[in-house]
Write a protein of this length. Structure first.
Length: 85
């Protein structure tokens, strides 16, 4: 398991933003890019990139036929330095 992805294409992604996204998705149980965009107050593109990174790291599933992503059973505390959320 990779913890966490640091780059997306030619852009660097802030680790704290990635951590916030992972915690948000796991707490809500919802892998929605739009919800992440609204909750973290980031651009939709940035939310999409974070969602793709979480997919690559095994946090969320690939989109199903309806475009929904599901949160997988994921050892989030191990990846995020054993912090309690």
């Amino acid at each position: 398991m990779r913890c966490p992805a640091w780059h997306f294409g030619d852009r660097d992604i802030d680790l704290t933003k990635y951590e916030s996204a992972v915690v948000s998705v796991i707490k809500s149980g919802n892998g929605s890019t739009n919800r992440l965009h609204r909750e973290l107050q980031i651009s939709y593109l940035e939310a999409y990139e974070l969602m793709v990174m979480m997919e690559q790291d095994g946090v969320v599933s690939t989109p199903d036929d309806n475009g929904r992503r599901y949160v997988r059973n994921f050892p989030v505390r191990a990846c995020l330095g054993l912090r309690k959320y």
